[in-house]
Structure formats: C-alpha cells, structure tokens
Design a protein. Structure first.
Ligand SMILES: NC(=O)c1ccc[n+]([C@@H]2O[C@H](COP(=O)([O-])OP(=O)(O)OC[C@H]3O[C@@H](n4cnc5c(N)ncnc54)[C@H](OP(=O)(O)O)[C@@H]3O)[C@@H](O)[C@H]2O)c1
Length: 305
C-alpha cells in the first residue's frame, strides 16, 4: 500500500491546522513536528535523533516565529528568533529527508512574497530575481537555500502572499476593529496586497504533494492583484461596516518599527504564473468572494477546533 503519512513542521499553527484538516479528510495520516508534546506531535530533537517517521510520503515546513507578534518588540534577539525558527527547522527537515532510506516524494516549503522587493511599478512572477536588500528578502533567500534536498525528492517552494482566513493571520488581527467600524486603509492604501485565501493555499500545498510534475518555486497568491485600499473596501463591505479611519504609516512605523511595518505599508505586484500553468484551480480568485467567506463573527465552520 502507498505511504500516506505526511509530516508537517509547525503544523500546529494557522496554516498547519487548516492543512492538517484537509489532508486528514483526504485519507492522509498527519504528524506535526512541534515544540510542545501532543498526540500527533513529535519534537524537533526526536526528528534529529530518529529521522523521519516510517512511510512518510511528504514533508511540509510551516514552522516560524510570527513576524506580527505584537507582544514582542522588534529587537535584534527577536529578529534572530524569526530567522532561526525558519532556517534551522527547514535545515532539520531537509537533513532528515536526505538521511532517510525510505525517502518521501516531496518537500514543500512555504515562504513569502517578501522575497521580492516592494514596489509600486515592478511586476513579479516566479522567474523574477529575489533582491535580498531588505530584512525579509534576505531572510527568504537564506530560508529557501536551507531547503536543500537531494533528488529524486521533489522540492516545491510556495512563496505565499498574506493568507486570509477567519481564524488566523491578518484577518484575526483586524477582525474586531473592522467589525466595530474602526477599520481603514493602511497609509495611502495604494500599496499592493498579494493575498491568498487559506483554502486555496492549503489546496495548493495538497496539489504540490499529489502532482509528480510540480516542482520549483510557485507564487502562492490569487491571480487577481489588489491594493490595500481595495482589500479594505471589500472587507468592510462584506462586514457591512464603514472603513473611514486610515492608519497613518508613521504610526505603524513608530509602534512596530519601520522594518517590520513594511509588511503592511509596502507591497508587491505578484503573479502566480507557474501555478496557473500547472492548471491549479482557485476557489477564491476575487477578494469579494474571499471576504464573503470569512467576514462572519461566528461562522459555522471553525477549522481550528
Ligand atoms: N499567515 C500568513 O499570512 C503567511 C504568509 C506568508 C508566509 N507565511 C509563512 O507560513 C508559515 C506558517 O504561517 P502561519 O500563519 O501558520 O504561522 P503560525 O500560526 O504562527 O504557526 C507557525 C508555527 O511555527 C511554530 N513556531 C513558532 N515559533 C517557533 C520557533 N521559535 N521555533 C520553531 N517553531 C516555531 C509553531 O509551532 P509549535 O508551537 O507547535 O512549535 C507554530 O504553530 C510561516 O513560516 C510564515 O512565515 C505565513
């Protein structure tokens, strides 16, 4: 019988829980590599000592200290944690794959569109250069380099846009102010907002696992490119609330540190050229449809329970 075990680094987070649900519903057994014990978890030290669980068909890495943890200041120590939690976990999984006798078919790493330099003019597809001039693009270059697996294991790197879903990431942080009618664009609102609905990102990861021809870099973004202002209006409209209170860029720079705030104040025009060439079908191409799905205070479906 074909191996159906999938190992997910950082599978306990927002993307990981949604992905785990999808994979389990499709007949896979899912194990997480996590820092805390749990029924479906193994530790990073157990991975290093014992290697991959037997009959693992795919390995996925989603581990990483959240950039937007507002309880943590943007100190050199925190930045190092942001970096190490991605690079060391990716290296640990790649090493376990390379040392495994019973190799998985594929290693999927989810990184970010921060690989591309923020710009209001440039358009990026997967063949565009990663410039490495700001903290996030430098981090992404190192992070992707760490995913060094030997053939025949396929390597798929998904450079994800902001992942939109009710129970995590940006929407979780913004939901209450927008619901109370205190929402608004960020800065001028003209900056691009590369985005993907959580169901499309998890669907794309499953697509990468199951299709043997898929490899290399994929831009994990919706093909319909929007600005921050367009997102703001769509989200507020779906919630039936006004969104007239812009957040000045200077306030975010002061509160978050300009280096971190650039994730919200700047953006990139990113096209998922290779994703479309492979024939992946999105469920939510339009931001209006995506917002309709998650703009509910208590939706029926709560995947994180
Ligand atoms: N959410 C987005 O909009 C978005 C967009 C682009 C890229 N990404 C990337 O996708 C990945 C997953 O994102 P997510 O939204 O699911 O994040 P998340 O909810 O914060 O989950 C990340 C997981 O990483 C593990 N982790 C956190 N700090 C760690 C550390 N210091 N060392 C080792 N593991 C650590 C945690 O697992 P344990 O506590 O169980 O160890 C956590 O569950 C991240 O690398 C993120 O940068 C996310």
């Amino acid at each position: 019988m074909a191996a159906r075990n999938i190992l997910i680094g950082g599978g306990t987070g927002f993307i990981g829980k949604n992905l785990g649900e999808l994979l389990i519903a499709n007949g896979y057994n899912v194990m997480n590599v996590a820092r805390m014990p749990g029924t479906s978890n193994i530790s990073w030290s157990k991975l290093e000592l014992s290697g991959l669980p037997t009959r693992t068909c795919a390995v996925i890495n989603l581990a990483g200290q959240q950039f937007m943890d507002f309880t943590k200041s943007w100190t050199p120590g925190f930045k190092q944690n942001v970096q190490n939690s991605r690079i060391y976990t990716t290296k640990a999984l790649a090493k376990a794959i390379n040392q495994s006798k019973d190799k998985p078919k594929v290693f999927v790493l989810v990184t970010g569109v921060g690989a591309y330099e923020p710009s209001e003019r440039n358009k990026y597809d997967e063949s565009s250069p990663t410039t490495g001039i700001d903290f996030f693009s430098r981090l992404t270059v190192e992070w992707e380099k760490a995913a060094c697996v030997d053939p025949p294991v396929r390597l798929v790197i998904i450079r994800s846009g902001v992942v939109l879903g009710r129970w995590g990431g940006m929407i979780k942080n913004m939901f209450v102010p927008f619901y109370l009618g205190f929402g608004g664009r960020i800065g001028s609102g003209k900056q691009y907002l590369p985005w993907i609905h959580i169901d499309d990102l998890t669907g794309l990861i499953k697509f990468a696992v199951e299709n043997d021809n898929v490899q290399g870099v994929l831009n994990g973004v919706s093909p319909k490119v929007i600005t921050n202002e367009e997102f703001t209006q769509s989200f507020a409209k779906a919630l039936r609330r006004p969104a007239f209170l812009p957040v000045p860029e200077s306030v975010l720079n002061f509160l978050l540190n300009s280096e971190r705030a650039m994730l919200m104040t700047k953006g990139q025009y990113v096209i998922p050229k290779r994703v479309l060439e492979y024939g992946f079908k999105y469920r939510y191409e339009n931001i209006e449809d995506a917002c309709q799905e998650f703009a509910h205070l208590c939706p029926k479906k709560h995947p994180l329970k």
